[in-house]
Design a protein around this ligand. Structure first.
Ligand code: ZN
Length: 201
């Protein structure tokens, strides 16, 4: 195996005990050259629900702002570095990485460049599935990530409102995105460019 040009090193892993092998070598876990950790559902569910229990409705704002910062970082340190200014690559990379890290599956449903609006679906949202049987949309953290990322891409203020939500029995979560900017023509052209990219798929 070591004679193959793509094999750098080989190590044997002994089972931790009979029937279970754990990887002792690849610590810390890295994603795109950055340290990463994995949260199990029982852990992130505990964190999100505890923040909401302690802070009540203020938690919604806090989760949104936490998400917003992550969205900004995602664009600045992740997407832009890896995909550069290529809009097609940037969108595909972001949708795929949101799926890879387990947050949910993003689908751009509609873009209305005239009205400066867009509609995005998220299937199997890891946040909203924690609040089944709710009477209202429950995405604040992931909604914030979207708002942060989109605001950086478009260099514009955005309003992201969740309309449909799996927490209240809808088949998916649906978000309406509104751009609030003085530079309407620039935003319109960017939205048109994204529409063209989506049509070409
Ligand atoms: Zn939702």
């Amino acid at each position: 195996m070591k004679s193959k040009p793509y094999v750098i090193d080989i190590k044997l892993i002994k089972p931790l005990f009979n029937g279970l092998i754990c990887d002792p070598y690849f610590f810390p876990l890295n994603v795109f050259n950055e340290r990463a950790i994995i949260f199990l559902r029982r852990n992130y569910e505990g964190m999100i629900k505890e923040i909401r229990r302690q802070l009540g409705s203020a938690a919604e704002t806090l989760l949104y702002l936490m998400g917003y910062n992550i969205g900004v970082n995602y664009y600045e340190k992740g997407g832009k570095i890896i995909a550069g200014r290529d809009l097609d690559k940037l969108i595909r990379l972001t949708i795929e990485s949101i799926k890879q890290i387990g947050l949910g599956i993003i689908e751009i449903e509609e873009i209305n460049s005239e009205k400066l609006e867009a509609t995005v679906k998220i299937h199997q949202s890891s946040e909203c599935e924690l609040f089944k049987k709710s009477k209202k949309p429950e995405s604040h953290f992931i909604r914030g990530i979207m708002a942060g990322w989109i605001s950086q891409l478009f260099k514009s203020k955005v309003e992201v409102t969740e309309v449909k939500c799996i927490a209240k029995g809808d088949p998916y979560c649906q978000f309406k995105i509104k751009f609030i900017s003085e530079e309407k023509e620039r935003i319109k052209e960017m939205l048109k460019a994204i529409s063209e990219i989506l049509k070409s798929k």
